[in-house]
Ligand binder design. Structure first.
Ligand code: NAP
Length: 242
């Protein structure tokens, strides 16, 4: 499939973000933060009414001018070329297969999925082995040609995102497409407190996903909401506050 340049979401352009599976804590928290930053957000769900209900809750919590609506997942894919996937690993592959025909050519899909062992009844502090290397690489195999995948947001605590404090966590962005990485870093840096860092190729998502399992274990052990900070890089490596 040939993708026209004008179909690709551009860095720094105004855009609509569709959060697929946005009714859960992770998707709602991200949507809330982007709504507060003035982004237009669509909440996607398998059920349009549930999506609209979540959108209404976010509108009330964000501010009077918040642009948040709710749509069934395929309709959300059709309405935006900037998608964020926040569904449990056990539902990821089947949902992507179902949504494939609805994805617009040139879209960017940002995957926040973590393949936690909890998906198959194991511990949330352990990850599953994924044949492709990571949940994000599995996603890259399942999207249509011409859709770029980036991996990000796996280390952000939904509980923190759904609060009102600045988020004390860096977001490591991994992608094989420099434009997708750039757009994702801009979106990440819209979350107050977040610094976005280019984490290199999509295959590095495997390591970032593993960190989430470690953070969950630390949160259980210490009863907190831990995040990560990468120190010591040159100032230009950190994208803050777009
Ligand atoms: N929670 C966190 O702190 C956190 C932090 C970073 C990353 N993540 C990752 O982000 C993803 C979402 O986390 P979450 O805690 O928000 O998950 P969740 O509440 O379990 O699920 C999010 C939404 O996904 C949809 N969904 C559930 N099962 C599905 C299935 N089998 N097929 C299709 N859709 C399904 C549901 O929406 P509808 O029923 O409305 O369709 C649900 O509200 C996970 O992969 C998680 O590892 C979570």
């Amino acid at each position: 499939m040939r993708v026209r340049m004008k179909d690709r979401p551009k860095a720094s352009a105004s855009r609509t973000v569709a959060v697929i599976g946005g009714t859960g804590p992770a998707g709602r928290g991200l949507a809330l933060r982007w709504a507060r930053a003035g982004e237009t957000v669509i909440i996607g769900s398998r059920d349009a009414a549930r999506a609209e209900q979540a959108a209404e809750t976010i509108r009330k919590r964000a501010d009077a001018n918040a642009q948040v609506s709710g749509l069934e997942n395929s309709a959300a894919c059709g309405a935006s070329s900037l998608l964020v996937l926040t569904v449990p690993f056990e539902g990821q592959a089947a949902l992507l297969k179902q949504l494939k025909p609805a994805m617009r050519p040139g879209s960017i899909l940002i995957d926040a999925t973590v393949p936690l062992a909890a998906s198959v009844g194991g511990r949330a502090s352990r990850t599953l082995g994924v044949w492709q290397g990571s949940a994000a690489q599995q996603t890259a195999e399942l999207v249509p040609k011409g859709v770029s995948v980036a991996a990000a947001f796996q280390n952000l605590s939904a509980e923190v995102l759904n609060g009102n404090e600045e988020v004390d966590c860096d977001v490591i962005v991994c992608s094989d497409d420099p434009n997708a990485a750039q757009v994702t870093m801009e979106l990440a840096a819209k979350i107050a407190g977040v610094r976005a860092i280019d984490g290199g190729k999509l295959e590095n998502a495997r390591i970032v996903e593993q960190i989430t399992a470690l953070l969950i274990g630390l949160n259980i052990r210490h009863k907190g909401h831990g995040g990560i900070r990468i120190t010591g890089l040159p100032k230009g490596a950190y994208r803050v506050g777009y």
